[in-house]
Design a protein around this ligand. Structure first.
Ligand code: MV4
Length: 453
């Protein structure tokens, strides 16, 4: 039985996990860096252990320190949150070796799905649709060019160890290919120490649709519907919603079945997300599987009524899933906006600093997940996301109206944020109609730039 959980993370997700544990009667241990002595997660947990200097590599990424903190406090499980060590198979393995319950999938699943070429092959074997391409790892640009010609241009070069957009380049023609391959490969070598690349045909103007799944240790898998994460910039999601305006009941059932098949083929356990691209003709293709709880999980929680963090803990503790697929009902509409400490008029440059004063919105159908408080410091060392504003209403239209209202109430003084930018998007007819793909924000920003000149 899990009695005490160490949270190997910071910020709003650490708070989210502390809240779930407290409601379940589970004790919590926070770990914090020297920069986070006054952070909310440090104050709110039952115990807190300092694990090192501000730089993430010395603290939140320091496996030995985190395992030591777990041992010293007698915690029996670690929740990794997202980012940091959440998708590090060596860390999950270390937990397994030390008989600490890692609240997530086993280290083998993380390793297998982290290798994007292997993940692709697993999906092909299972009959999950993938984009035409070549999962054979390639290191030589000349050899890759021959395969690219067979696939047909445009082609996208992806790092086998990549994900989330790192180590990726598009080549529109044969002439561009070698350069694109070498740049992507160099990036991959630097970021992941891996020169292995793979190729896919490049799908133009798709939507990013991802499915949440839950899988227990006894082979039961359910999907909790989709999230539309197309509104993003530089591979950073900005607005997410569930359900997607582009997915009807029939498509949801088809994609959901594929997502469950994907999880089963990977022998997956715990909460996971299957990313798909959805093209204009409503063809969908497997991209990658994320083996962590995601930032945008609250929109799924709201349309399904399921607490995903509690579900993760129960699964890790060996409980059977409480739901069969037919028990899962999607109702209403939820939208999440990521509030970042950044300046939109300076190309979204991060803007850390002290929050002098603040007021966050409330009312029916409004949820804030955040770790900020009046007088707190937003550190330059970590991610600039300072709050998530999530709304729920019966329809998409009402959810947008509610988000617009709630964004209008936010007061954050002392630092720059993207709140006004988000507020403007809620007012756009194209957004309101659900008319967007992954290129949407780029076009919006171009338009906004033109209007200023
Ligand atoms: C693609 C693609 C088009 N065609 N693959 C970006 C992150 C990673 N999950 C996969 N990504 C993409 N893969 C093919 N064959 C376009 C993207 C992509 C993207 C995907 C989802 C959300 C935002 C994106 C932004 C740029 C590119």
């Amino acid at each position: 039985m899990i009695r005490k959980v160490l949270i190997a993370n910071r910020g709003e997700i650490a708070i989210r996990i502390i809240r779930a544990c407290r409601e379940m009667g589970i004790l919590t241990v926070a770990v914090y860096s020297e920069a986070d002595r006054e952070a909310l997660h440090t104050k709110l947990a039952d115990e807190a252990v300092c694990i090192g200097p501000a730089a993430a590599k010395d603290s939140y990424l320091n496996m030995e320190q985190i395992i030591s903190a777990t041992m010293i406090t007698g915690a029996d499980a670690i929740h990794p949150g997202f980012g940091f060590l959440s998708e590090n198979s060596r860390f999950a393995k270390l937990c397994e070796t030390c008989h600490i319950t890692f609240i997530g999938p086993d280290s083998d699943s993380i390793a297998r799905l982290g290798n994007k070429a292997m993940a692709r092959q697993t999906m092909i074997d299972a009959g999950v649709p993938v984009i035409e391409g070549c999962e054979k790892p390639l290191t030589d640009a000349k050899e890759a060019l021959e395969i690219a010609k067979e696939i047909g241009f445009p082609v996208i070069v992806k790092a086998v160890s990549g994900g989330g957009g790192k180590g990726m380049r598009v080549a529109c023609t044969e002439e561009e290919f070698e350069q694109a391959f070498l740049v992507a490969q160099k990036e991959s070598l630097q970021a992941f120490s891996d020169e292995n690349m793979y190729l896919e045909h490049f799908v133009e103007n798709p939507r990013h649709i991802e499915f949440q799944i839950l899988a227990d240790h006894y082979g039961n898998v359910v999907h909790l519907g989709e999230r539309d994460c197309s509104v993003q910039r530089n591979h950073q999601k900005v607005i997410e919603e569930s359900p997607s305006a582009a997915v009807d009941e029939e498509l949801r059932e088809k994609m959901g079945k594929a997502a469950v098949l994907a999880a089963k083929a990977a022998g997956y356990k715990n909460a996971g997300t299957i990313e798909f691209l959805l093209d204009k003709e409503k063809n969908f293709y497997f991209m990658e599987m994320n083996t962590r709880i995601q930032v945008e999980h609250p929109v799924t929680e709201w349309v399904t009524g399921i607490d995903l963090i509690k579900a993760q803990i129960r699964i890790a503790d060996g409980e059977k899933l409480k739901w069969k697929q037919e028990d899962i009902r999607i109702s209403g509409h939820a939208i999440e906006c990521r509030i970042n400490a950044e300046n939109p008029s300076e190309n979204f440059r991060p803007c850390p600093g002290k929050i002098q004063d603040m007021y966050l919105p409330g009312g029916k159908g409004v949820r804030i997940d955040s770790a900020i408080y009046s007088g707190c410091e937003v550190s330059p060392y970590y991610d600039s996301m300072i709050a998530k504003l999530i709304v729920f209403a019966a329809s998409r239209k009402e959810a947008i109206e509610k988000m617009h209202r709630a964004l209008g109430e936010v007061i954050i003084e002392g630092i720059q944020t993207n709140i006004d930018f988000l507020y403007e998007i809620m007012e756009r007819p194209d957004y309101q109609k659900g008319n967007f793909t992954i290129e949407y924000l780029e076009k919006v920003l171009e338009e906004m730039g033109e209007n200023k000149q």
